[in-house]
Ligand binder design. Structure first.
Ligand code: TGC
Ligand code: FAD
Length: 389
């Protein structure tokens, strides 16, 4: 068996020893804790037991949050590499880490009070608390600025009314960062705890995608919110959208992991499977598929690596992040779809990960901004003209 090269442009040379060590540790974790049972969980539509705690134990939550708040204090490249390794296992695993780190810990760290940070961040980093991020609503997905969830003043506190939909980890969350408009029309971040009266969480079943991840609705029926539950340092759409910048960057890396898992499976299968008396890998049509897969994976690796450098320097723009998320998710989905065909009938069974990745990636190309929305963000950046309004 030939060695399968998944670093065609020697991008490893551009990584530090620490970054490679972190990647290796997470790769081993996925091999040990995720791969043996992921197919069973995806087929059974069940979550991986204790996943968040396990991610906390290996330091995969709040990767770039400083150690003083329980984070790992690593750089953005390490965060990306961790997302890559987790998503090679399954997008559900990366989703769990993305939401906890970029969508829950990041806003608390960036916009929270000192008390909120000290109380919540260490527990979230350890996976002792599970977080959720509520932005999307039943009537507002791509246009979250039109949100209907409302925060109205009530004595020293507030009342929260409305609903969020399609929320990762909603059924099992202990704490949710929820975005709502106040009476002045400002978008505020609200920390809602599971025990608050009037707060209900409803599971969304029947998913064909991300089946090892729990998704659901968050419903707020006159929930009493204390002043200390409000994130004090943001009062606009910049709050939720800045969280998305971090999560989308992580996804640009994560999907490379899913694509690599598919690519490695395809090369191995194609070189072993024989038809017409020779390995199917010897046929030009199959070689074209594999050559294009590796080319697109390599381009995606370079895009995310460069974005990681820009992120570390504080220079990555939301528009650059949109381009990488959009390009890399589409790349991974194409690799999974094409790869599944190379496996023939074997491509549709759970003995191989292709179909599972393919189905997961249908969610990934939709959440964190759809494929269309990211294209329009690039279009706006080029022309200065918004296609949204
Ligand atoms: P627009 O008028 O352009 O902007 C409103 C204000 O927001 C600012 N802004 C940003 N700030 C930081 N980062 C960004 N990426 C930003 N984009 C915009 C902007 O400067 C403006 O500020 P100001 O001070 O001038 O008011 O807003 P718009 O209403 O026209 O819509 C913009 C649009 C379409 C790009 C945005 O709404 C969008 O990205 N829509 C897609 C929605 C989305 O991505 N939802 C994701 C939900 S979370 C999720 O899917 C989690 S899945 C997790 C998992 O399981 O892994
Ligand atoms: P819509 O906005 O209704 O879009 C439908 C179609 O119309 C899409 O193809 C879209 O591209 C297109 N469209 C919309 N507007 C335009 C336009 N202006 N121009 C051209 N085409 C347009 N959200 C959260 O807040 N938190 C979470 O944790 C979370 N987790 C999720 C987990 C899963 C498994 C899934 C599937 C979704 C999750 N989401 C979450 C929601 C996700 O962010 C939304 O599904 C996404 O933003 C798209 O919104 P929508 O589904 O309402 O589609």
């Amino acid at each position: 068996m030939r060695n399968i090269n998944i670093d065609y442009y020697a991008i490893d040379d551009l990584l530090s020893a620490e970054q490679k060590m972190v990647r290796q540790a997470v790769r081993e974790f996925v091999q040990r804790e995720i791969r043996p049972t992921i197919e069973e969980h995806a087929q059974g539509h069940t979550e991986i037991p204790g996943l968040m705690k396990k991610l906390g134990d290996i330091g995969a939550l709040g990767v770039y949050i400083p150690a003083t708040y329980g984070g790992a204090g690593l750089d953005q490249m390490s965060y990306g590499l961790i997302m890559q390794e987790l998503e090679a296992g399954d997008s559900a695993v990366r989703s769990a880490a993305s939401v906890q780190s970029s969508l829950v810990m990041f806003p608390i760290y960036t916009y929270g009070s000192e008390q909120q940070k000290q109380e919540l961040l260490p527990a979230l980093a350890k996976g002792d608390l599970i977080g959720a991020f509520g932005l999307t609503e039943p009537n507002h997905g791509s246009d979250p600025g039109q949100m209907e969830t409302r925060l109205t003043k009530d004595g020293d506190g507030y009342r929260l009314n409305g609903a969020k939909m399609w929320i990762t980890n909603a059924p099992i969350c202990d704490v949710a960062v929820v975005w709502a408009r106040d009476e002045a029309g400002k978008v505020r971040g609200v920390i809602v705890r599971r025990e608050y009266a009037g707060f209900t969480r409803i599971e969304t079943g029947n998913k064909w995608s991300l089946r090892a991840s729990r998704t659901g609705e968050l419903v707020f029926d006159n929930v009493y919110i204390r002043q200390t539950d409000i994130l004090p340092d943001v009062a606009s759409m910049k709050g939720p959208l800045s969280c998305l910048n971090s999560a989308r960057y992580g996804i640009s890396w994560g999907v490379i992991g899913a694509a690599l898992d598919c690519y490695e499976t395809v090369v191995k299968y194609a070189t072993e499977r024989e038809q017409f008396g020779k390995p199917i890998a010897a046929f030009q049509l199959q070689q074209r598929k594999m050559a294009e897969m590796l080319t697109e994976i390599t381009k995606a690796q370079l895009l995310s690596w460069r974005l990681g450098v820009l992120k570390n320097e504080g220079r990555a723009t939301p528009q650059q992040i949109s381009m990488a998320k959009r390009n890399n998710v589409e790349m991974a989905l194409k690799v999974a779809r094409e790869g599944r065909q190379v496996l023939g009938a074997m491509g549709i069974v759970g003995d191989f990960p292709l179909m599972r990745h393919m189905m997961n990636l249908e969610s990934v190309i939709t959440y964190e901004g759809t494929h269309d929305i990211h294209l329009l963000i690039t279009g706006q950046d080029i022309t200065g003209l918004s296609a949204f309004s």
